[in-house]
Design a protein around this ligand. Sequence first.
Ligand SMILES: Cc1ncc(COP(=O)(O)O)c(C=O)c1O
Length: 392
Amino acid sequence: MPIYLDHAATTPVRPEVLEAMLPLLGGTFGNPSSAHAFGRAAREALDDAHERLARAVGADAREIVFTSGGTEATNLAVKGAAWAGRPRGHRLVTTAVEHHATHHTLRYLEKFGFEVVEVGVDRYGRVDPDDVERALTDRTTLVSIILGNNEVGTLEPVLEIAERVRARRGVLLHVDAVQAAPWTEFSVDSLGADLVSLAAHKAEGPKGVGALWIRRGTHLLAQQHGGGQERHRRAGTENVAGAVGMARAFELRAAERAELLPRVRAQRDRLAAAVVASGLVELTGHPVDRLPHIASFVARGMEGGSVALALDLEGIAISTGSACASGSTEVSHVLTAMGYPNDEARGQLRISLGRTTTDAEVDAACRVVPDVLARVAEGSPIAEVAGAPGAS
Ligand SMILES: Cc1ncc(COP(=O)(O)O)c(C=O)c1O
């Protein structure tokens, strides 16, 4: 059985979530906007999903807008806030280590005359809140920052940044919590933000569903037009089963974080230590202030893709960084921003654990990963690795 250590890319849907979703894919199929009994049953399920997700993330149900995922939530937050603030200013502040959902959305807005300022990071991928403060001007309308980095796991000092943003009137703060929300003691309100992006599939919910939390009273322009769904903030017939699945996934996660986080952190630390002990990699990201499920490295003198491929042949699934960027020959903009030269950044590896990762899987990875690294470092052809003992 292959070992899945790429939970930062996506997670399997857990049985309780599937169970909650199935009735909505079967008998309760109505359109929540229909007035008849079929529609009312679907509306009830959707309203309940708003309530449950809101409770799980410390919000009010009316502040939740379901979307097609983290990317759409971030597009709505960034474009919606930028256009709503346009009469007051055109300056948008972000960091150099955002997910492409934020990074490319802001690049797009530049074409319409918005000025985008990217604040740099240190060697660990951390932003200095004072640098964010210095980037704020009277024309700034939005700050957008990632909470936990999806490539290197570093946690950003969002609370300190929120304090600085709050001190300025009229600047909204968007936090991309897509990767971090399932893996931190989390409530949207306590972040001090106005907008928070979430996705179901990082928390053992279904893919293609997410949510944007919009603090009550925040002015945002809708980015998808049509019907009046989601309180006129996101048109289109709702993905009721997806919303129900997401709410259930976050509800379960909220109840188990206290037990889960230390357990997975210990497994991750054990695996990271075994990989570092090979002497062939350097840990990337912050050594302490990081998401508990991500171990990230650069492998010296190697292509991350070759290591990932060799591990895949050994039955271990990891990635070279962001799932969206794998397959691309470009080095990670995150590692570049952290000061890694191209030849080092090419060795990027990300191993990410999940709730379902077992100690036996970690034991196997502790043996196989250093072994594969050694063979790739020696330049052994992939075919030889595939035929090596333990290959499946
Ligand atoms: C930090 C971060 N933001 C945004 C996204 C995009 O979310 P989705 O895949 O749901 O569109 C991801 C997913 O990889 C992510 O890790």
